[in-house]
Structure formats: structure tokens, C-alpha cells
Design a protein around this ligand. Sequence first.
Ligand SMILES: *[C@@H]1O[C@H](CO)[C@@H](O)[C@H](O)[C@H]1NC(C)=O
Ligand SMILES: *[C@@H]1O[C@H](CO)[C@@H](O)[C@H](O)[C@H]1NC(C)=O
Ligand SMILES: *[C@@H]1O[C@H](CO)[C@@H](O)[C@H](O)[C@H]1NC(C)=O
Ligand SMILES: *[C@@H]1O[C@H](CO)[C@@H](O)[C@H](O)[C@H]1NC(C)=O
Ligand SMILES: *[C@@H]1O[C@H](CO)[C@@H](O)[C@H](O)[C@H]1NC(C)=O
Ligand SMILES: *[C@@H]1O[C@H](CO)[C@@H](O)[C@H](O)[C@H]1NC(C)=O
Ligand SMILES: *[C@@H]1O[C@H](CO)[C@@H](O)[C@H](O)[C@H]1NC(C)=O
Ligand SMILES: *[C@@H]1O[C@H](CO)[C@@H](O)[C@H](O)[C@H]1NC(C)=O
Ligand SMILES: *[C@@H]1O[C@H](CO)[C@@H](O)[C@H](O)[C@H]1NC(C)=O
Ligand SMILES: *[C@@H]1O[C@H](CO)[C@@H](O)[C@H](O)[C@H]1NC(C)=O
Ligand SMILES: *[C@@H]1O[C@H](CO)[C@@H](O)[C@H](O)[C@H]1NC(C)=O
Ligand SMILES: *[C@@H]1O[C@H](CO)[C@@H](O)[C@H](O)[C@H]1NC(C)=O
Length: 691
Amino acid sequence: MSSPGLQWSSLGLLTFCLLLCVGSPESCDEGEEFQCQEDGSCIPFENWCNTKPDCPLASDESFISCKTHPSDMMADKFQCANGAPIPERLVCNDIVDCSDGSDELPQVCNDNPDEMRQRFRGNCTGDSDLECLPGECVADSAKCNGVIDCSNGRDESLEICMQSCDKNKCFQCSNGVLVDSKHLCDNEMHCLDGSDELLTVCGNAKNWTEVPPAECYETSELLFTNRTVFQMKDSRRFVYANQPAEVQCWNSDRRSWNVCMNNGSWHHEFPPCHEKLINRNPDTNGTNGCPINWYNNETMIIWDENDNSVMPPIQDSRVTFKCEDGLTFLPYEFKDDPITCLPNNTWIEKDFHPRCTKLCSPDAITEMYSLTPRCYNGENGTPFNCKDKYSLIPETRVKFECASGFTHRTSEPMMVKCTEEGRWEGLRDLCEREEKLCNYECNHRLNYSEITFSKGGDPTDSLRASWLVPIYRWNSTTAKHEFACTGNLIRLDIVLTAAHCIKANGSQKEDFLVGPTGNRSDLTIDREHLHKVRHLDVYGAYSEVTHTYDVGIIFLEKRMDFRQDQRIVCLPYSDGSQLSSSGDAMVTSWNSDGYLTTVYGRLSELRNGDLNVELNDDYRLCKGDSGSGVITTCGLDNHKCLVAVISRNVGSGDHGTFCSNNVTAASLKPLPLQDHIQQIIRNNVNCPEVE
Ligand SMILES: *[C@@H]1O[C@H](CO)[C@@H](O)[C@H](O)[C@H]1NC(C)=O
Ligand SMILES: *[C@@H]1O[C@H](CO)[C@@H](O)[C@H](O)[C@H]1NC(C)=O
Ligand SMILES: *[C@@H]1O[C@H](CO)[C@@H](O)[C@H](O)[C@H]1NC(C)=O
Ligand SMILES: *[C@@H]1O[C@H](CO)[C@@H](O)[C@H](O)[C@H]1NC(C)=O
Ligand SMILES: *[C@@H]1O[C@H](CO)[C@@H](O)[C@H](O)[C@H]1NC(C)=O
Ligand SMILES: *[C@@H]1O[C@H](CO)[C@@H](O)[C@H](O)[C@H]1NC(C)=O
Ligand SMILES: *[C@@H]1O[C@H](CO)[C@@H](O)[C@H](O)[C@H]1NC(C)=O
Ligand SMILES: *[C@@H]1O[C@H](CO)[C@@H](O)[C@H](O)[C@H]1NC(C)=O
Ligand SMILES: *[C@@H]1O[C@H](CO)[C@@H](O)[C@H](O)[C@H]1NC(C)=O
Ligand SMILES: *[C@@H]1O[C@H](CO)[C@@H](O)[C@H](O)[C@H]1NC(C)=O
Ligand SMILES: *[C@@H]1O[C@H](CO)[C@@H](O)[C@H](O)[C@H]1NC(C)=O
Ligand SMILES: *[C@@H]1O[C@H](CO)[C@@H](O)[C@H](O)[C@H]1NC(C)=O
């Protein structure tokens, strides 16, 4: 797959690109423009490090992009702590010129030192010389000693630590602390913010290895408050090393400060964001009656045997529970069934914990094409099957992994949580970033060469062609779904096939079902394993008369479930390789018994985006093989990929009623078609709506 996001193969490269790849193809003018990391927008070079923010979040003025080596500093300029140069005459003129304010700090301007001390001290008394936050005090010795003591890092901040440097003879960390030049670019960080080892500082240094600047990211549980000054990359917010962040729990007002460390960890652990329903009714804890730990008089009604509503304590009786509309009673087995409270104040059923609750949707977590969910009872809880919908209660955590056929692009945890409102917190965000989290792995472990079966021969292992899916179409004469065509999974929820398969006779999406991968069976189609269609796309250039450009795409309502060793098929544009329109090719599809078989032949190019496949020996393709992928080798490693889909018999305009050993296939070679497929894949992200 190709997309702007995927062209950067790593965060490191992204940062590198920020500085050196300006002018990459789809972006900014080489040598003329600086590219903002927050949104990729371009600004003229002269606005870069000119002390005025031009990028949306001021990344053009960040120390990451402005810090320079002392040998590159201009002797007649004042260097702001973040590295931007300003004319000397602007220093201490009572107007803040540096975007970090360093030109007007009292340490630089020798303003009343007592007043400054007093301000740092705040309400702290005794030996405490610095007030980090109201009520949080640290000793004088904690200031600017290279160790973060304040929960918000104030003791190592620019405000406290600014030192003046004469005539740019020294190197200054972006928090103002001076560092001996001999420590620069020695592959060890001496600045808490890592300024002494930045690419902009050390790019020319010998024996220096770049380590990308540390970034600490916001998570869906811990959100940055509006007091946090953050940066942004790929729509995610973060702060750089030695920068403070105030976060707020997603589910409460609880806030806390933290500081990003130069190894990318937070300085200290965040206090947990707990959310528990508080049941204040003392008669529900099992002392005076049977325990009802989740009792809530607003949402749970208890009926006795005479159909009277009763309140806890429940003693020595048989009762039935009812929940307010929209809530589900758990344990689900006892919904509507009376249960006995024994005289010794215990429920007759062991582990009976009555509860009225919202549930989170199992569909929402299983619909993403590249992410596979694993469900856990709460944080560090035991795992359970995500399809068990009555287990998806609030506090459920879902950890995602890249699905089979994908590889992880990041090591960051991918987790969502079920809220009290029955919503998956963080799911939409995860879904929208899907493309950046997992990479297609279409061409690995496809042992295609081991398939040696032909039509009428032995059935082959469906794993080896696991991208093939049968397409069934409703036949109003027989009032049944019947096998119509073959499709190729190019994403777990997207099937590439022939246009005539889905356009015939004004078919609608409701007429189609797509089978699971593997053997197909007309006789007993297990509905549970068939997929409904969300959308049909017929390539615009397709002609219903000549059947040229016979390419169609089916979007499934739900993605296919894949086993670990199954793969989708590679498309040629995935690796940007030139397509060969001649040479050996193979086509796999189902024989009349429903088993997968492969035939071999030779490709040649025809007019109008068509390829000709002339089959070897006695091989033949028949009706129903329409849409099957024509497989050849692609890329430098000669992996198998799909270059065309079977369209029709040579000479017969009736889209393949008969078998033939000479067939026409719609080529994927035309660039507009490749673009169309990529575009439509990218635009079809089926993320859950925010409620
Ligand atoms: C600091 O002291 C002032 C005056 O004594 C007081 O008004 C203010 O509430 C105090 N702040 C804190 C956070 O204790
Ligand atoms: C480069 O660094 C390594 C390890 O820090 C050191 O052993 C080596 O001598 C250095 N080489 C030069 C040319 O400075
Ligand atoms: C942050 O938001 C709160 C309430 O939403 C507002 O009162 C406050 O002024 C904001 N602070 C800043 C620094 O924007
Ligand atoms: C980062 O550094 C801190 C303190 O130096 C240390 O406690 C923490 O374990 C480090 N984290 C990683 C991921 O190395
Ligand atoms: C239940 O509540 C009663 C009354 O508040 C209290 O005395 C008792 O200790 C509680 N029992 C438990 C098991 O929490
Ligand atoms: C639930 O209990 C609260 C406090 O005990 C009371 O104010 C409220 O009216 C009760 N609601 C219902 C529906 O009984
Ligand atoms: C309560 O009574 C039942 C039946 O009489 C008995 O099986 C159970 O063990 C008792 N539970 C406790 C906690 O005493
Ligand atoms: C693919 O073939 C190779 C070499 O023949 C073998 O080692 C590997 O296990 C096979 N993989 C699968 C998934 O069958
Ligand atoms: C529907 O079924 C009838 C009877 O088997 C068959 O003649 C007809 O060709 C089928 N229609 C399609 C579109 O396959
Ligand atoms: C299209 O529909 C007409 C009548 O609805 C039917 O006679 C014809 O056989 C159908 N053609 C195909 C190719 O299914
Ligand atoms: C397909 O059929 C063959 C032959 O009966 C069998 O060995 C294979 O396991 C089947 N594959 C699937 C996915 O059912
Ligand atoms: C197969 O069809 C192509 C294109 O129509 C034609 O050029 C070729 O001669 C045919 N081959 C055979 C063996 O009929």
C-alpha cells in the first residue's frame, strides 16, 4: 500500500526528513521551504527560527529545529535558549522577542535578584527555595542540578535555569543550562532536553550517531489539558524531553503533572484513573441481606414473588431483577428468572453478582481491518473471548495486535477501554490511525509455488491461496444464493473481482454474499460465515458492451477472520514495481467440486487494458472463474502478486458461459486504475462514530 503516511518508514526518518528531506516529492520546495511536522504544511526558509511561530504549533521555532552548534552561531547575535538568533539590541528591551522568552528573563537582564528569588520561593518556607506547584516545595539545591525533582519539572525549567553566555562562546541546553563544548555530540546526553545531541547541532560531527529526540505521547486515557504546550505528529500530541505536561484522566477531573525524560519515559508514574460506581446503600453489602454490590436504586428494580417492588436488604426470599431500559442485567443467565436469597444472607447461586450495566459493542472492536482484539477483565485482568458480548462490561480492556497478514509498525500499546456509558474509549482514534499502526504483509509465507494441482486434480491446501473468496449472488428464479464469481482479498474487508460479476442485470449490494476463504460449497452455505456487502464499486471505465476494464471492488460489512498463517494477496503497486505483461502466469479458483485448483499459462498484452492468458496443456477456465486473480511475479524478491482479474472468454462476448483455454483478463497495469484502487482503499476506513 502506498500512502503519504507509509512513505516514512520510521519516526527517526520522519525527524530526519524534517531537517533534510525538505522538498520530498509531494511536499515542500527543495531548498526553499521548511516542512511543518504537525501537518506537513510548508513555510519559507526565512521564517524558520525567526522567533515567530509560522507552523500551527510552532515546530519551526522549537529547539529541535533551531539549536545549532556553537561554530555555526552568529557572533553578533543573541542566541535564544531555543537556538533562534536575534539582534543584540533586542535583548532586555522589555519586549519579549525570543519565542521562549529567554531574551527578557531576569537572569539575563540582571533584574532585581531578590524579587526573582521571592517569586521562585512562592509560599514555600524554611529550606525550601522553590515552589514547583502550589504546596509542592523543593530545596535550593534541587534547582538546575540535572535531576528533575518537581513533579512539573520547574526546578529544571528555562525560567529557573537560564544562564547567560558571553559572545556565543558556550553551548546552552534549551533550558538555559550551559554545557562544556567538549560534551557536545559525544553520544551522551548532558542536557536534560537532549539539546547537546540533536541532529541540527551534531549533523556534521564525526563519530556521532543520531538518536531521535525523545517524545512523550498523550494517550487516550491520559489527555493533555489546555495547560500543556505540546507538539504534534501524525495527529498525535506529545512533548519533548524536559518539557512538562499536565494530563487529565479521561473519565474524571483528576489531573497531574509530569515531565518527559530524554529516554522517552515519563518522569514518574501517573496516578491511576479509577472509575467505580459507589454503592452507598449499607444494606447491599451482605451483612443485613444478600449482597448486591452493584446496587443502584435509579437503574435496578427488585421484585418479590408477589410482584411487589422491594428495596434492600433482601432476606430469605425469591426475587427477580429488572433493569432500566438500555441496560443489561448480568449475570445474563438469570435475566427474568427468580433467584433465592437464603436465610444466611447468601444467594443460592455461587458467584451471583447482580448488576444492571451498559455493554460495549463486540462489533466495533472486530471491524477494523488490520487490528485483532484481545479482551481482558479490567487492567491486568484475565483474558476472555471478545465475541462473548455479555462480558464486554465497563472497565473491560481491549489490547489490539496487528492482524494476520500485517506487521507492527510501532511498539506503542494499542488499547481501548469500555466506559460506564458502554463506549469504547479511544477506539475511533485507534481506527483512524490504523494505517500508521500496521503494515500489510501480503507477500510473506505465500508458498504459492507448492501448488501443483490442476482442474479436476487433487484439492489444494486453501491456506496457499487464502486470499480467494467465493462470491455468491441471489438468483430470483431459484430463490437462492448461488456461486457466481471468484474474488481476491486485497484487504481483510475489500475484495477485488471482475466488474461484470457485480454489475450484471442491475444487481444491488443486497444481492451478494461473500464466502469465507477456503473450499466453497453451494449446498450448505453457513450464513454465519458469509459476509454481507457494504458497498459495490465498478471501475468507471468499465464497458458493459465490450467488457473492457472489467474491474470491480466489493467492500464487506465486516472484515474476514483470518488464521495466523493466512495472507491477503499483494497488488503490484504495493512495491512500485514495473508490471510485466508477458511471461508465465497462474490462476487459482475452484473446480466444480468446490476445491481449490490452479492452472498455468502465458500472458500477453492486448488492447484496452486487457491481458490475454493462454493456458498450457489441458487447463481450462470456466464460468465462475471470472474475477480470479492472475498471478505473476513482482518486485525485486520475485514474490507473487495479482496483475489482472479473469474477465471473459476470447471471442465470446457473453462473459464466460463456456470453458476455454484462452481467456481475457482485465489488467491492473493502467495507472489510473491503480490510483483508483489505492484511493478507494484509503477512503474506505470504516471507523465507529463518536457518540
Ligand atoms: C500563598 O500565599 C498567599 C498569601 O499568603 C495566599 O493568598 C495563597 O492562597 C497561598 N497559595 C497557596 C497555594 O497556598
Ligand atoms: C568513535 O567512538 C568510539 C566509541 O565511542 C571510540 O572507540 C572510537 O575511538 C571513536 N573514533 C574516533 C575516530 O573518534
Ligand atoms: C483551560 O480551560 C478552562 C476551562 O475549560 C478555562 O477556564 C481556562 O481559562 C483554560 N486555560 C487556558 C490556559 O487556556
Ligand atoms: C528512562 O530513564 C529513567 C531515569 O533515568 C529510568 O528510570 C527509566 O527506566 C528509563 N526508561 C527507559 C525506557 O529506559
Ligand atoms: C456492611 O455495612 C454495615 C453497615 O454499614 C457494616 O457494619 C459492615 O461492617 C459492612 N460489612 C461489610 C462486609 O463490608
Ligand atoms: C435513590 O436514592 C436516593 C438517595 O438515597 C434518593 O434521593 C432517590 O430519590 C432514590 N431514587 C429512586 C428512584 O428511588
Ligand atoms: C448458607 O446456607 C447454605 C444452605 O443452607 C449453605 O450451603 C451455605 O454454605 C451457607 N453459606 C454460608 C456463608 O454460611
Ligand atoms: C513455505 O516453504 C518453506 C520452504 O519450502 C517452508 O520452510 C515454510 O515452512 C513454508 N511455509 C508455510 C506457511 O507453509
Ligand atoms: C438462476 O437459476 C436458473 C435455474 O437454475 C438458471 O437458469 C439461471 O441461469 C440462474 N440465473 C443466474 C443469473 O445465474
Ligand atoms: C437479466 O435479467 C433478465 C430478466 O430479468 C433475464 O432474462 C436475463 O437472463 C438476465 N441476464 C443475466 C445475464 O442474468
Ligand atoms: C478443502 O478440502 C480439502 C479436501 O477435502 C481438505 O483437505 C481441506 O482441509 C479443505 N479446506 C478447508 C479450508 O475446508
Ligand atoms: C488466444 O487469443 C488471442 C487473443 O484473441 C489470440 O491472439 C491467440 O491467437 C489465441 N490463441 C489461441 C491458441 O487460440
